[in-house]
Design a binder for this molecule. Structure first.
Ligand code: HEC
Length: 117
């Protein structure tokens, strides 16, 4: 009960834009994006299988359904939506998704807009 209340307050603060970290986004970053051998890197450079791309699409979906801890929601929706579309192309074996996934998955451009300092 106490924990649920804290979580409710945390999500309230996040949605009011105080730049509080979003744990769902953090864990997607840690599990799928971080590092040179990440699932994202593998998929976006064409080294992943279609199954890898499907798994990554699941992570990216979590991004699309979460509020960014910083920045405009419209910008977040655009970035994560483009990334999801690209990864879903790869999950269907369409290699044209590769360039799009690299562009939409640009760490710095998304962090500048949406990652709290
Ligand atoms: C679509 C937007 C987006 C893209 C693309 C993105 N990130 Fe992130 N990332 C975020 C946001 C937002 C946070 C901050 C999460 C928070 O603090 O709530 C974050 C946080 C992180 C963190 C810190 C996690 C923690 O422990 O708090 C790491 C590491 C990270 N990203 C790595 C990467 C790497 C590497 C890439 C590129 C390969 C990348 N990210 C691409 C949005 C993105």
């Amino acid at each position: 009960m106490k924990k649920a209340t804290l979580l409710a307050i945390a999500s309230l603060l996040t949605s009011t834009g105080l730049g509080l970290a979003n744990p769902a986004i953090e864990s997607v970053m840690k599990e799928a994006f971080k590092g040179d051998t990440s699932l994202y890197k593998k998929v976006a450079t064409g080294k992943g299988t279609e199954a890898d791309a499907k798994r990554l699409a699941g992570y990216v979906k979590t991004l699309t359904t979460n509020e960014p801890p910083k920045g405009e929601k419209a910008s977040w929706d655009k970035k994560t939506g483009e990334l999801l579309a690209a990864v879903e192309m790869l999950a269907k074996g369409n290699k044209q998704g590769m360039m799009a996934a690299q562009k939409a998955g640009n760490c710095r451009s998304c962090h500048t807009a949406h990652k709290p300092d």
